[in-house]
Design a protein around this ligand. Structure first.
Ligand code: NAD
Length: 327
């Protein structure tokens, strides 16, 4: 049987670089494309195009290349986006870039549908309305809660627009799409110190850099809650979704919600350090957010269940190593 082939857009990023490895392990021929190569290890891709996917011609080149015999990609994984953690998304200063850059990439791919048989798009929990995320005890965000829409960031609005764009592509052309709404993915080889890092990486870094006993800074009162999904389960969810017949947006997230204070204390406990928390003003996002996994269980007969603590242990150990290396 001929090898399946896949194009991974955003292959230099955190999830994309892990996804390339996963697809290679499954026997795919993989081309990666990104502005940059992966930061922390060599890409496992068979071929890597370095380029800007805001340019239509780069998207075309990534999908058509005369030196290999691929007329049509079996699967495109569109993960390229201008994004980051709360420090990047919620300050407002990057809003134009976030909306324009990511929408442009998605507009390009939605027009190139004759060049692939299926497209996966990574949307986000940030699409959900802010008014149902005001309580730290969020009971979970079901997929249907996305409308009436009122995301708390321009990043979320762009994701909602692009979900609709790809669903329109599917409806008008027959090319299938699969859409995930990721809830805070974390793990080793993710951004940890450039202002785009998410809470698990930020807490791990702060704790790793702190003395023992020591103190770290937390934005807000730290009671805000989130759930975090370990990278391996994210990849499992992507692959199961792509292989399924389900065509609507689907949560890929954990239901194990935790406050940012407790996440910081978990990192401190893993490190074996006595850490006190100093609360300072900072960008926060919604008050409480959690995945709700009824639908994923129903349509994929699977849901994430890897304990947060185990994922944090692996992540902390990788980040502590990076902190040591950077001294
Ligand atoms: P990431 O920032 O590590 O990866 C995104 C990659 O896209 C980067 O390597 C970046 O260089 C690339 N990119 C951006 N603009 C580009 C352009 N113009 N041309 C080519 N490449 C470009 O982010 P990630 O955490 O790996 O996220 C992957 C996808 O999943 C994104 O679409 C993101 O919005 C979505 N998502 C992630 C999370 C999470 O917690 N990590 C949560 C929800 C949704």
């Amino acid at each position: 049987m001929e090898k399946k082939n896949a194009l991974v857009c955003g292959a230099g990023g955190f999830i994309g670089s892990h996804l390339v490895k996963r697809l290679k392990d499954e026997g795919y021929w993989v081309r990666g494309v990104d502005l940059k190569y992966p930061e922390f290890s060599k890409s496992a891709a068979d071929d890597f195009v370095q380029g800007d996917l805001r340019d239509y011609s780069t998207c075309r080149t990534a999908l058509v290349k005369s030196n290999i015999n691929i007329k049509e990609f079996d699967e495109v994984y569109q993960l390229a986006a201008d994004m980051g953690g709360a420090g990047y998304i919620f300050t407002g200063v990057h809003d134009l870039d976030v909306m324009h850059n990511s929408a442009q990439i998605n507009l390009n791919f939605s027009k190139l549908h004759p060049r692939f048989k299926k497209l996966f798009f990574s949307s986000s929990a940030c699409v959900y309305p802010q008014d149902i995320q005001k309580d730290v005890n969020n009971p979970g965000l079901r997929e249907e809660y996305a409308y009436p829409a009122n995301p708390d960031s321009e990043y979320g609005w762009e994701k909602l627009f692009s979900e609709r764009l790809y669903l329109t592509m599917q409806r008008n052309t027959g090319v299938p799409v699969r859409i995930s709404r990721f809830h805070n993915i974390f793990g080793p080889e993710g951004t940890w110190n450039n202002g785009k890092e998410k809470a698990p990486a930020a807490m791990s870094r702060k704790v790793a850099e702190a003395s023992n006993p020591g103190e770290i800074e937390i934005w807000g009162d730290g009671d805000q809650t989130r759930s975090f999904l370990y990278i391996d389960e994210c990849l499992e969810g992507i692959r199961r979704l792509v292989n399924s017949d389900y065509t609507g947006p689907l949560n890929i997230g954990s239901e194990e919600m935790i406050s940012i204070n407790n996440l910081a204390l978990m990192a401190a406990d893993i490190a074996g350090k006595y850490i006190s928390l100093k609360h300072i003003p900072g960008p926060l996002g919604v008050r409480g957010r959690n995945s709700e996994n009824t639908l994923i269980k129903k349509v994929l007969d699977w849901a994430p269940d890897y304990p947060l603590r185990k994922g944090m242990e692996k992540t902390y150990s990788w980040i502590a190593e990076q902190v040591e290396k950077s001294k």
